[in-house]
Each structure stands twice: as structure tokens, then as C-alpha cells.
Design a protein around this ligand. Structure first.
Ligand code: GA4
Length: 331
């Protein structure tokens, strides 16, 4: 077995932030899922930002807090115990290394497939004692967050006036859906206080390859999104809401109408950040092409045809910050 040495502080990217780290962007669209205009506002947010916040989602805050507490318990275990749950190839515990192609970040994480049988198996093989509470919190949470993302996708179909309204959500509800779940822990980095005006990268800039992702984090800042003009802005944290990202696949399925948002996470010098992310992906064999009812007469696809499996394979051969859709564009 090849044992890779841990990256040192010098291996991580530092970013000079032009704005003081306390300044937060106030323009993130907030969608009340129960409001009558939710469908219109979601479509607008997907076009302009590829990102929005969802409130009134119906997921119990106690469940979010319970899962966060279990994740913190895991990340507080001694390093050798956590290492036994790794490496994340592709699923399990990862520390500082992200993906298979040399990316690093100030982060440790657990990455799972969302299939409940897989999770049970993985939990049994990863942990010596049976962490029943942790496992059931993960499964329960995945069921709920998937429900929220499916509701959002159905509102999108309504807002775009396409039928059937489950045209997108059925891909995530399919038992073969290739969806992931990730628990991230960004430890505080006290050395940062001496690197005035610079920030350590927790998770480097990237877009998500899937259809749609939903992030819930504790009340720590760090998440940033890139606006249309390329400016990076900091997302005000809110532990009781979900932040939704449009992924590359949804950009393709809307023939570029929706924007797959570039985002990144910066580490904090004092506060740990804990996030839980559901990545909704289609079955591997699904063709990722623009939805026919959306195409206007004579409109051509901006992308070559590919299956989710082909896109995923190419994503896993890329570096985090690459423009993965570039090679699938029709020129
Ligand atoms: C980004 C979105 C999800 O976190 C993820 C990531 C995956 C990984 O961490 O293993 C990837 C990254 C993500 C895209 C390109 C490849 C694969 C790391 C990487 C360098 C789980 C996913 O699906 O794609």
C-alpha cells in the first residue's frame, strides 16, 4: 500500500480576500417553499445565480442538530480511528485530500452513496462499534433532504411550464439514482490570524457535476459563490435553512438557461465549520440532454450528448477547479 504523507500548511492555497472577511452578501434569493410565487422565484434564482436559500422547508431542526452532533462526535475521534474509515475511494473518510487528482483543502470529511443498503454496509465496515444513532440520523436526514430537493425540482418544472412535473425529480427518486452525501468538517486554523488579509482554502472553487445539491451548515461563515461577473461573495450562514446549488447536469438539461454555480469554502481561524450536503444525481445510464419541451423551434443543444456515467468518469479525471463542461460543449 502506498502511504501518502499529509500535506503541510504550505501545500494549501491562500486567497487574498479584497473585502474584510466579515462582509456578507445580502443579495442571495430566499425562497419560502410554501409561498405561491415560489416556482417563479426559484426559476429566476437558478438563471441569475444558480444558487438560493430555502426556508419553510418542513425538515425538523432537531434532526439537523442531531446529525451535526453525531458528525462532530466522529470528527473528534482520535485520528487513527477516523483513518480506519478511509480512504474515500470513492466513499469513506477523507482528510485534506479531495478527489483522486491531487487537490487538497483544509478539510476532513465523510463521503457516502445515498443508497440505504450501501450506508448500512459502509457503517458496519467503517466503525468498530455499531454507531446506530449516527447511521439512522444519516439515513433519516437523506430521506428528508431528498424530499426537499425533489419538491424544488417539481416547482422548477412548474415554473418552466414543462410536463410531467416529476420530469427532473423522478431521476433522484429512481432507485438507481447515483446520489451522494457528504459530511464536511473544516477545522479552525489559528495560524491564519498571522496571515492577515489572507484566507486558507477549505474546499477549492468548483461546480457540482450533479443535477442539484442542498447544503446545510452550522452558523459559521466560509461558503462563497461566484456571481455572473466573476466576483466572489460570502454567503451569510443560516443553520436552519438549506442552500441549493444548480449543478452542471441541470445547466445542460436547461440548455444553459440555468447556471451551475461556482463555489468554494474558506477556512476560519477560530470557528469550525460543519456542513452536510446532498448531491442529487441521475441513474448512471441517464442521457444528460436538454429537456425537449424547453427547446424553442430551431434551438440547438449547446452540448454534445452524454450519459451521466460518461460525465462522471470525466469529472473524476479532472481537477476540482476545471471547467468540466467545456469539453462537452458544441462549438
Ligand atoms: C464536487 C462535488 C462533490 O463534493 C463530489 C466531489 C468529488 C470528490 O470530492 O470526490 C470530486 C468533485 C466533486 C468534482 C471533480 C472530482 C470529483 C473531486 C474531484 C476532483 C463528491 C462530486 O461528485 O464531485
Amino acid at each position: 500500500m502506498v502511504v501518502l504523507s499529509q500535506p503541510t500548511l504550505e501545500d494549501f492555497s491562500l486567497i487574498k480576500t479584497c473585502k474584510p472577511s466579515g462582509s456578507l452578501f445580502t443579495g442571495i434569493p430566499v425562497i419560502d417553499l410554501s409561498a405561491p410565487d415560489a416556482k417563479t422565484l426559484i426559476v429566476e434564482a437558478c438563471q441569475e445565480f444558480g444558487f438560493f436559500k430555502v426556508v419553510n422547508h418542513g425538515v425538523c431542526l432537531e434532526l439537523m442538530a442531531r446529525l451535526e452532533a453525531e458528525a462532530v462526535k466522529f470528527f473528534n475521534l482520535p485520528q487513527p480511528e477516523k483513518d480506519r474509515a478511509g480512504p474515500p475511494s470513492p466513499f469513506g473518510y477523507g482528510n485534506k485530500r479531495i478527489g483522486p487528482n491531487g487537490d487538497v483543502g483544509w478539510i476532513e470529511y465523510l463521503l457516502f452513496s445515498t443508497n440505504p443498503d450501501f450506508i448500512s454496509q459502509k457503517f458496519l465496515s467503517m466503525f468498530q462499534e455499531k454507531p446506530e444513532v449516527f447511521r439512522s440520523a444519516v439515513n433519516e436526514y437523506i430521506g428528508k433532504v431528498k424530499g426537499v430537493v425533489c419538491r424544488v425540482l417539481e416547482l422548477i418544472a412548474d415554473g418552466l411550464r414543462i410536463e410531467p412535473r416529476d420530469v427532473l425529480s423522478k431521476l433522484l427518486r429512481d432507485e438507481k439514482s447515483d446520489s451522494f452525501f457528504r459530511l464536511n468538517h473544516y477545522p479552525p486554523c489559528p495560524e491564519l490570524q498571522t496571515l492577515s488579509g489572507r484566507n486558507l482554502v477549505g474546499f477549492g472553487e468548483h461546480t457540482d457535476p450533479q443535477i442539484m445539491s442542498a447544503v446545510r451548515s452550522n452558523n459559521t461563515t466560509g461558503l462563497q459563490i461566484s456571481l455572473r461577473d466573476g466576483t466572489w461573495v460570502s454567503v451569510p450562514p443560516d443553520q436552519s435553512s438549506f442552500f441549493i446549488n444548480v449543478g452542471d447536469s441541470l445547466q445542460v438539461m436547461t440548455n444553459g438557461r440555468f447556471r451551475s454555480v461556482r463555489h468554494r469554502v474558506l477556512a476560519d481561524s477560530l470557528k469550525p465549520r460543519v456542513s452536510m450536503i446532498y448531491f442529487g444525481g441521475p441513474p448512471l445510464s441517464e442521457k444528460i440532454t436538454p429537456l425537449p419541451p424547453l427547446m424553442e423551434e430551431g434551438e440547438e443543444s449547446l452540448y454534445k450528448e452524454f450519459t451521466w456515467w460518461e460525465y462522471k468518469k470525466s469529472a473524476y479525471n479532472s481537477r476540482l477547479g476545471d471547467n468540466r463542461l467545456g469539453q462537452f460543449e458544441n462549438i
